[in-house]
Ligand binder design. Structure first.
Ligand code: GDP
Ligand code: IMO
Ligand code: MG
Length: 429
């Protein structure tokens, strides 16, 4: 019964990996339910950093069951590299890692089409990660997808690929002026992947439901963030999956009635990678502080992340569309010594003030953020271990966020390490 969904509340990179790793100590099963290797989730244990793209962020805990759900898209080469890395680091995954047989596979043409489409869009490009995510999800919806269950059965894979590749090669040659891909080369490459991944392929819905029936605690790990959601994000500058809590239900195979809590991860300021509107983006010294002290470079592509103040108009929408029950505030340590802290609580669009997040990009681009300013602090938060140890101004900032969003701040993260985490309310209560 107790299933908790962890979601990003902004434009991704809120610290979901760190928080999922932290929560896993008190959970039995972790399921990653959407996205692919566009995600980069960082976990730091005893000073050692691991960046996960597809493996659930609970993987570094011995004996916890980890599931890659049906809602994900899997680049097998990336997953195998990740498996090799965590196994070389000493983690044992056999018998506790399960990959959904229904998950879709990222194929070489998806990556070429992703890059080709971005080139075609020119100045209107999305700034995708170039990992083939959009074309893989489009194929799923178009019913051209190849799934894990197809990959692990050589005859089925070869037959499916023969049909699809003919169509994809037509697109590559005629639309994007690319050379056609070789059927034999793809078969050879992917059959080697199949041999490595076959032991992990499973009906993960059955595994998740065994856990639910045993009253085990499940953590569902989202990728990206609410503003990158296909429906509620800043379309078209979004990713191609449902990044919201509701996506965990379809992407892992449980129902809303199985969910006990939705834990929203909020970075104490805002960042975004790629193109698209960003109302509170900063280009001044405060922005430079966030970027350099926060080490704001993408965990997947290494691109610099755009930085800005916390945006409570944006966050209020994220609370609404996710049904968030608790907030985990991350990277609070980064705000030390930045000076007075601003947080946006309203948007001025053509002289009209609103607290609702606009839908049209044209309106978002016109937003003049209305800021409330709060005194900052110079103390280093990274060694704080309880609420009482935080400087008063930090406590006031956290409490104000709670008040504006109407959701309790349950956990405060004060550094990248597993131990740099302050519990305030039991998220699993
Ligand atoms: P995710 O995609 O949401 O999992 O986040 P990323 O891993 O892409 O980016 C978050 C970055 O911030 C990583 O480098 C983390 O190690 C780091 N991080 C997480 N929480 C904290 C924190 O509280 N303080 C600091 N300074 N860094 C943090
Ligand atoms: P995590 O899980 C930040 C962004 C890309 C681009 C847009 C579409 O680490 O938070 P895509 O390749 O998905 O088609 O790109 O979405 N994006 C992310 N930004 N964190 C992520 O994941 C992201 N995954 C995709 O930069 O703007
Ligand atoms: Mg990330």
């Amino acid at each position: 019964m107790p299933t908790y969904i962890v979601v990003g509340m902004q434009w991704g990179d809120e610290g979901k990996g760190k928080v999922v790793d932290y929560l896993t100590r008190k959970a039995d099963l972790v399921v990653r339910h959407q996205g692919g290797n566009n995600a980069g989730h960082t976990v730091v244990v005893d000073g050692k950093q691991t960046i996960l793209h597809l493996l659930p962020s609970g993987i570094l805990h011995e004996n916890k069951v980890c599931v890659i759900g049906n809602g994900t898209v899997i680049d097998p080469a990336v997953l195998i590299e990740e498996l090799d890395t965590v196994e070389a680091g000493g983690a044992k995954v056999e018998g506790r890692l399960f990959i959904s047989s229904s998950a879709h596979i990222i194929m070489p043409y998806h990556k070429l089409l992703d890059k080709g489409q971005e080139k075609f869009r020119g100045k209107n490009r999305i700034g995708t990660t170039g990992r083939g995510i959009g074309p893989a999800y489009a194929d799923k919806a178009d019913r051209f997808g190849i799934r894990m269950c197809d990959l692990v059965e050589p005859e089925v894979f070869k037959e499916k690929l023969a049909d699809v590749l003919q169509y994809k090669n037509m697109m590559l040659e005629k639309l994007f002026d690319e050379k056609p891909l070789s059927y034999d080369a793809i078969c050879e490459e992917y059959m080697a992947y199949a041999d490595r991944l076959r032991p992990f392929a499973a009906d993960t819905v059955a595994i998740v439901h065994e856990a639910i029936e045993a009253n085990s605690r499940i953590v569902a790990e989202g990728a990206q963030g609410a503003m990158l959601d296909l429906d509620h994000g800043t379309y078209p500058y979004v990713t191609s999956s449902t990044t919201l809590a509701s996506g965990a239900c379809s992407g892992a195979g449980f129902g809303p009635g199985d969910v006990r809590g939705v834990i929203g991860i909020v970075k104490a300021y805002t960042t975004r990678v790629g193109e698209g509107p960003f109302p509170t983006e900063l280009f001044d010294d405060a922005g430079k502080h966030l970027s350099s002290v926060g080490k704001e470079f993408g965990a997947t592509t290494g691109r610099p992340r755009r930085c800005g103040w916390l945006d409570c108009v944006q966050l209020r929408r994220s609370v609404q569309v996710n049904g968030v029950t608790h907030i985990v505030l991350t990277k609070t340590d980064v705000l030390g010594s930045i000076g007075p802290i601003s947080l946006c609580t309203g948007y001025d669009i053509d002289g009209k003030v609103t607290r609702d997040f606009p839908i049209r990009i044209a309106d978002l681009e016109k937003v003049k953020p209305i800021y409330e300013q709060m005194p900052g602090w110079d103390e280093d938060l990274s060694a704080c271990t309880s609420w009482d140890e935080f400087p008063e101004n930090a406590r006031n900032y956290f409490s104000h966020i709670e008040k504006v969003l109407g959701v309790p701040v349950a956990i405060i993260s004060v550094g990248p390490g597993r131990k740099q985490t302050v519990d305030r309310v039991d998220t699993f209560a």
